[in-house]
Design a protein around this ligand. Sequence first.
Ligand SMILES: Cc1cc2nc3c(=O)[nH]c(=O)nc-3n(C[C@H](O)[C@H](O)[C@H](O)COP(=O)(O)OP(=O)(O)OC[C@H]3O[C@@H](n4cnc5c(N)ncnc54)[C@H](O)[C@@H]3O)c2cc1C
Length: 559
Amino acid sequence: MQHTTPPVPLTLASRVDQVFPMLTPEQSARLAVHGQVRSVQRGEVLMEAGEQTPRFFVVTAGHLVIAQPAGVTEDPVAVLHPGQFTGEITMLSGRRGFVRIRAGEPGAVIEVERQHVLALVQTDSELSEILLRAFLLRRVELMAHGVSDVVLVGSRHSAGTLRIQEFLTRNGHPYSTIDLDRDADVQALLDRFQVTVDDVPVVICRGEVVLRNPTNGQLADCLGFNEAMDHTQVRDLVIVGAGPAGLSAAVYSASEGLDVLMLETHAPGGQAGSSSKIENYLGFPTGISGQELATRAYTQAQKFGAHLLIAQSAARLACDRKPYAIEIDHGPRVLARTIIIATGAAYRRLALTNLAQFEGVGVYYGATFVEAQVCGGEEVIVVGGGNSAGQAAVFLAQTARRVHILIRAGGLAASMSRYLIQRIAETPAIVLRPHTEITALEGGDHLERVRWRDNRTGTSETHAIRHVFAMTGAVPNTHWLQGCVALDAHGFIKTGADLSPEELAAARWPLARGPHLLETSLPGVFAVGDVRGGNIKRVASAVGEGSIAVAFVHQVLHE
Ligand SMILES: Cc1cc2nc3c(=O)[nH]c(=O)nc-3n(C[C@H](O)[C@H](O)[C@H](O)COP(=O)(O)OP(=O)(O)OC[C@H]3O[C@@H](n4cnc5c(N)ncnc54)[C@H](O)[C@@H]3O)c2cc1C
């Protein structure tokens, strides 16, 4: 059995000084005020892998060994010397840690409870910067080296494997993989345990639980993503959807002292999280990947105390009661004084009868690093003439042999930004095919051939292309609201001045004042980002709306 991403000691990592910074005696003393100094014995385990609420240690004498338990032995990850400290992102999220912390020799540490670390990163800006940078970089290193409590046994040709890879990657959870297509021994082992094709991928979670083709929710439960969350509390604000709009609302509301809970079906970042590079977001002249933006924003929201429930979808809003109640799919309900709806919109699907057969195994709705790996060196099709299609084409052209952009229109000028049109024109590997649409998909377990038609000539051609990226617009995620708020003709949520007196009367608007900017026809319930009627479909506008809505949430809470 061979791990494709073997653990590598983090001490070999680049940027060692930033990943394992050394605190000055003054900085250590400031931490000691919030904890206790204690001695440690050689071999003493200060924290075991899988512990729920991580504690934080600064070495003051001797050394600590950070290791990943591997049966009766352990794989070393790092060694910390005096002035260096433990911890990574789980310190903020409160999730289970996945390394063991052991004293390598007799010595001493400053031990600080998690809640004191959380308070400190909000009040001590110098320590906050050092700690948060180290926590983030450590997670990046753990991800890069697959140091984790998850082993994914799967195949590149299985949609389930791709789904779980994306779920873990976008939730920033490291994992190592075993590729069944390359490792015949593992396939033989799975056969012996009667693991069938439908059971793939198999996930070994926290080194002990074996899950066969789990749902994202089952995996989230196993990894303890949503543990330590009080569901009975009435929150000042519940945010539904953790895309840029929801994350922005979380950062602003939590930093302004509100008690905030976010619900998210998949992973922080939303559509933007699947963007390979966002080049027009203010302050990032060389661009930033959607994944990185999402990770930073989520860390920021956690730093201020916002909570996030992962793989938990809002299934229904009980709007005839106060506080409002949001029922969660396969979960408890949560109670809220105010709500921000930031559920965005879902991709429009291609009108092809056998589309579902190839979704995830040849048809994709996002072009991230994961998909780019899968179709490296091959020909691919991008369908659509908007900016997301343009970005996907430019990104995929870096690894694909040829990228065909299929559009029904005669050109891109009306639908795509000029800089992208120019990028496409300058990239020889990209071929633009106007007036063209896909008419058939063919294949078995995986997409193998695509037929397209030139609508001007009526001629059809079949090509041996195994990857299609559908980037053709979106429909709003408002089905769960079931009549609670007024929608426009396309199902997007109407807010503020867009609501007519007739619509407000029909909604029985009860207040003397009219709806605030971004407020829906239900008092105290706001809609922001791509789910809102008249939205701008930009990360910046989604982020801006999230912050504006919070200003009005305060007003509603004081009414
Ligand atoms: C590939 C791609 C590239 C893009 N590139 C750019 C760019 O370069 N620049 C730019 O400005 N914009 C870009 N955009 C547009 C930008 O990403 C969106 O406008 C932005 O993400 C909208 O943010 P949002 O938070 O409103 O919605 P979304 O990002 O769609 O997030 C909504 C979130 O809500 C969750 N959700 C949905 N329903 C539920 C439910 N019932 N319960 C719980 N959670 C739910 C979803 O899982 C999702 O995470 C791009 C979009 C795509 C797809």
